[in-house]
Design a protein around this ligand. Structure first.
Ligand code: HMG
Length: 418
């Protein structure tokens, strides 16, 4: 059995040697690891070996709150960036996406067990409100100095013995995970001293106090297809598809996955936590007791109206944002948005992504556009060199079939005809 004991204590070179020994890596694999070594990456994660790159492309001209924004998107999936760009193109035919953010607070949960008297707990928190908030803010004073910090406490009773003291924090330009955890632990300490049993203190990623609403109105004519379906017909079908997503959780999960194609790619490129966003969005999709689509599309007169409300807690400082050069570059490509601007951009990308997917689904079907772009990956999959990819994908487009057998045969034919 391979021995990995103490792997984390080794230097990067020693870890690589150990991995070569334990996994019998080939020279080619070692060269790949060496080429992808990154000194910043080594500081970011434990047992670091190499950086796993995610392709990053640009969505140009996303119309958000009166500006046209360039959005870097990091994703491995073909057609996502093209679809988002296509959505932005259609949105530009109207006035673009308009967003509103009413509050931006992150919740910490101090979970108490064996509570003898929940009314007494309510009373304790209410009469010690200022002292508890002060304890939270003293634990991370710079946040209050910036005008943020712990703003409110609420008590939530789960059953006769279990309750949660919620700490609502404004983390200003940060996403806030660390600050909220620190502040929640400070409140937990006070409650422990007061005799309460604290089970844990941790933020909640269900960011319902940080909702962004994004709306767009698109003239239906902008939705007409090259194949001849009139825009009004496309818009009507998109509205029906949107209705179905409110009724069928099976359809809603797929649609929300499509929305997340864009959202996650943008969140990742911006150096934010994709898992936190994913978890919050899926929870919010079940906020009325049944999992539903996160967007709504309706037709009014000659306009297609799109709307989404999303719990989005992002940051423009903190975490990997200040330390990873590519993340800094991505922020610069977006003209260094404020945290609210970034939130609005992400919501708008989601709407654009969902619009394109729905339009494709109710017109040509998804495969026509998606598979045409997936052809490049397919070409690589069947062994084409990067030089051979353009010719092979062009030939596959002519044939109109995108499967491994046809791709393999076509590659062989192309090579033979050279
Ligand atoms: P098209 O109509 O052939 O494109 O669409 P076009 O040549 O008319 O170009 C229209 C615009 O699309 C362009 O505007 C570009 O913005 C963009 P222009 O620049 O010419 O003014 N565009 C591209 N951008 C970058 N690279 C390209 C490219 N081609 C067009 N190669 C397109 C082709 C793929 C855009 C269209 O078919 C489409 O939007 N399809 C949807 C694809 C999609 O949603 N993919 C995501 C993966 S599928 C999935 O996971 C989600 C899903 O299951 C979700 C759900 O079920 O709801 C579908």
């Amino acid at each position: 059995m391979a021995d990995w004991h103490g792997f984390y204590k080794l230097s990067w070179r020693e870890r690589l040697d150990k991995t070569i020994e334990n996994k019998q890596l080939t020279a080619e694999q070692v060269a790949l690891i060496e080429a992808q070594y990154d000194a910043v990456g080594e500081q970011q994660v434990e047992n670091y070996l190499y950086n796993f790159g995610v392709p990053t492309g640009l969505l140009p001209g996303l119309p958000v709150d009166g500006r046209l924004v360039t959005v870097p998107m990091s994703t491995e999936e073909p057609s996502v960036i093209a679809a988002a760009s296509n959505g932005a193109r259609m949105m530009r035919a109207g006035e673009g996406v308009k967003t509103t953010i009413q509050s931006r607070l992150l919740r910490g949960q101090v979970i108490l067990t064996d509570v003898a008297n929940v009314d007494a707990l309510q009373e304790y928190v209410s009469s010690n409100n200022q002292a508890l908030l002060q304890a939270a803010n003293d634990a991370h004073p710079s946040m209050a100095k910036r005008g943020g910090g712990a703003k409110a406490l609420t008590v939530e009773v789960l059953d006769e013995q279990t309750a949660i003291v919620n700490v609502l924090v404004d983390p200003k330009a940060a996403m806030g995970a660390n600050v909220v955890n620190t502040m929640s632990e400070a409140v937990a300490e006070k409650l422990t001293i007061a005799g309460y049993q604290v089970l844990m203190a941790i933020l909640s990623n269900y960011a319902t106090e940080a909702l962004v609403k994004a709306r767009v109105a698109i003239p239906v004519d902008a939705l007409a297809t090259k194949q001849g379906m009139p825009g009004a017909e496309v818009a009507r079908k998109i509205a029906v598809a949107s209705h179905v997503e409110q009724l069928s959780p099976y359809r809603a999960v797929t649609s929300n996955k499509g929305l997340l194609n864009g959202i996650e790619a943008t969140v990742l490129a911006s150096g934010n936590d994709t898992r936190a966003v994913n978890a919050a969005l899926h929870a919010y999709a079940a906020n009325n007791g049944q999992y539903h689509g996160l967007t709504s599309w309706t037709v009014q007169d000659d306009m297609l109206l799109g709307e989404t409300t999303l719990p989005l807690m992002l940051g423009v400082v903190g975490g990997s944002i200040g330390i990873v050069p590519a993340v800094k570059l991505n922020h610069a490509l977006m003209d260094n948005p404020t945290v609210n601007e970034l939130t609005s951009i992400v919501a708008a990308v989601g709407l654009a992504q969902n619009l394109s997917a729905l339009r494709a689904l109710v017109t040509t079907g998804i495969q026509a556009g998606h598979m045409a772009l997936q052809a490049k990956s397919l070409a690589l999959q069947v062994g084409a060199t990067t030089e051979e990819v353009p010719a092979l994908t062009a030939r596959l487009q002519q044939i109109g079939q995108f499967n491994e057998t046809v791709a393999r045969e076509t590659l062989a034919t192309l090579r033979h005809s050279k």
